[in-house]
Design a protein around this ligand. Sequence first.
Ligand SMILES: [Zn+2]
Length: 64
Amino acid sequence: MNEQSKKCLYCQGDNDESDTHCRHCGMALPQKHPQDKRTRINFFIKAFWVIVVFCIFMMYYFPR
Ligand SMILES: [Zn+2]
């Protein structure tokens, strides 16, 4: 459960949480913020798909 290191999206290298750029390839690292727009969008996409799958499952489970 230790998320203190950030993985580079380009070279998969490990970097410290405080690093803003990858120490291996020099690319900018994603900033971790709880209110990050992409994180929230991903959460809503996941929640949407869970609801869709649940509805499809219920339609087949209770056919009327
Ligand atoms: Zn890198």
